[in-house]
Design a protein around this ligand. Structure first.
Ligand SMILES: *Cc1c(COP(=O)(O)O)cnc(C)c1O
Length: 221
């Protein structure tokens, strides 16, 4: 199947409220162009320099989403154009995003990444840490970032019950923040969860943004 066929088959499974992020990491610009020609406008990358290089070669109306763990010294490379950073996992990173956004006279939308998986090599906050950050004085000072929701990755396992329980946990954290510290903030509405192997479960559990790579572009080396 071609990239265009994969995208249209995925789209036919999605309701309008679910945003498809096409994860193009490691894939050549030529394949991104194929997806673009099929109408796809939102692309996800996990490395800042790779994203910046691709951004420079591709149409300006693409929305670039950063989905991977970021080092603070790479934020400046994407700050001029990135549409959404899914992978905010520390106050320090968020402060750097705020600083670089300000230097570019813009506001950068972000998601808070939650650690929901069993693997310890995955990044993210737990609920108490996220609330502590959102209540902190440094956060109150930030004028150039907007928190639009949450993101999480489930454990890499074939056990559907484990994956489902982790997605339920993320959705619950989202709900508690939405009705708590983020209440009154209508921009706080994104639940980014679900990849090629588990997006169906994620949508059943309340995802409204899925990040799909290999099911669109083929497996990665
Ligand atoms: C690579 C990646 C994806 C996409 O994974 P696939 O299994 O290829 O769909 C989604 N989210 C994150 C954070 C990723 O790093």
């Amino acid at each position: 199947m071609s990239v265009a066929e994969n995208i249209s088959s995925l789209r036919s499974q999605l309701t309008e409220d679910v945003t498809l992020v096409a994860v193009s990491k490691t894939k050549p610009v030529s394949l991104i162009r194929e997806a673009y020609a099929a109408g796809q406008r939102v692309f996800g990358e996990n490395r800042a320099l790779e994203m910046a290089e691709k951004h420079a070669q591709l149409p300006e109306d693409i929305e670039w989403h950063m989905i991977g763990h970021m080092q603070t010294n790479k934020v400046r490379n994407i700050a001029p154009f990135v549409s959404l950073i899914h992978s905010i996992d520390s106050l320090k990173l968020l402060q750097e995003v705020n600083k670089r956004a300000s230097q570019n006279n813009r506001t950068i939308p972000v998601l808070l990444q939650f650690h929901i998986a069993q693997e310890t090599n995955k990044f993210g906050f737990d609920l108490a840490e996220a609330i502590a950050m959102l209540e902190s004085e440094p956060f109150a000072q930030m004028e150039n970032v907007e928190v639009h929701g949450v993101m999480g990755m489930a454990t890499f396992t074939h056990d559907e019950n484990v994956v489902r329980a982790e997605f339920q946990k993320l959705k619950k954290c989202f709900g508690l923040l939405q009705s708590g510290i983020m209440s009154g903030n209508s921009q706080f509405r994104i639940v980014s969860m679900g990849m090629s192997g588990d997006y169906e479960i994620a949508i059943e559990e309340g995802s409204n943004m899925i990040r799909v790579g290999s099911s669109i572009f083929g497996s990665r080396a």
